[in-house]
Write a new protein. Structure first.
Length: 150
């Protein structure tokens, strides 16, 4: 049996984040939550995943505070899953993954969905990492240091 590595005590923020959202199904659930999906059955139909896997991923996202179980918005006896503040904080991650995928996994003219600004109806600009003074930064411009020395 494969031993799973746990990252909850890691010093690296990327490793700790992977503890909560580090598999493809979890990211697709979060993507769907941003698209307005809130009920178990809707997630299951949209993703086509087995109910036991979906249940485990939803339970994990709730336990990590990414989603919360809330009363149904229509007042019915059902419960729904809503993004928490922590979950909403993943918006840039989802947009970044989407833009990376658009840039590297589609050929010219190949059809794919596009994320647009609701008000303007225009595709989003590419995300950029910027310094405190506004300069655009690339990997060569960044250095990982201990948080207490930053």
């Amino acid at each position: 049996m494969v031993k799973l590595t746990r990252f909850e005590g890691a010093e690296c923020p990327v490793a700790r984040s992977l503890e909560a959202i580090g598999d493809g199904w979890s990211l697709l659930i979060i993507r769907d939550a941003f698209d307005g999906i809130r009920r178990f059955g809707e997630f299951q139909r949209n993703l086509g995943m087995a109910k036991n896997i979906l249940s485990a991923r939803l339970r994990s996202l709730v336990s990590h505070g990414v989603l919360a179980v809330v009363p149904a918005s229509d007042g019915s006896a059902y419960q729904e899953y809503a993004l928490t503040e922590k979950g909403l904080g993943l918006f840039n991650v989802i947009v970044g993954l989407r833009q990376w995928g658009e840039g590297f996994f589609y050929g010219a003219g190949e059809a794919h969905s596009v994320l647009v600004d609701r008000e303007q109806g225009q595709p989003l600009r590419a995300l950029q990492v910027r310094s405190a003074d506004g300069r655009v930064l690339g990997p060569q411009d960044c250095l990982r240091v201990a948080a207490d020395s930053a």
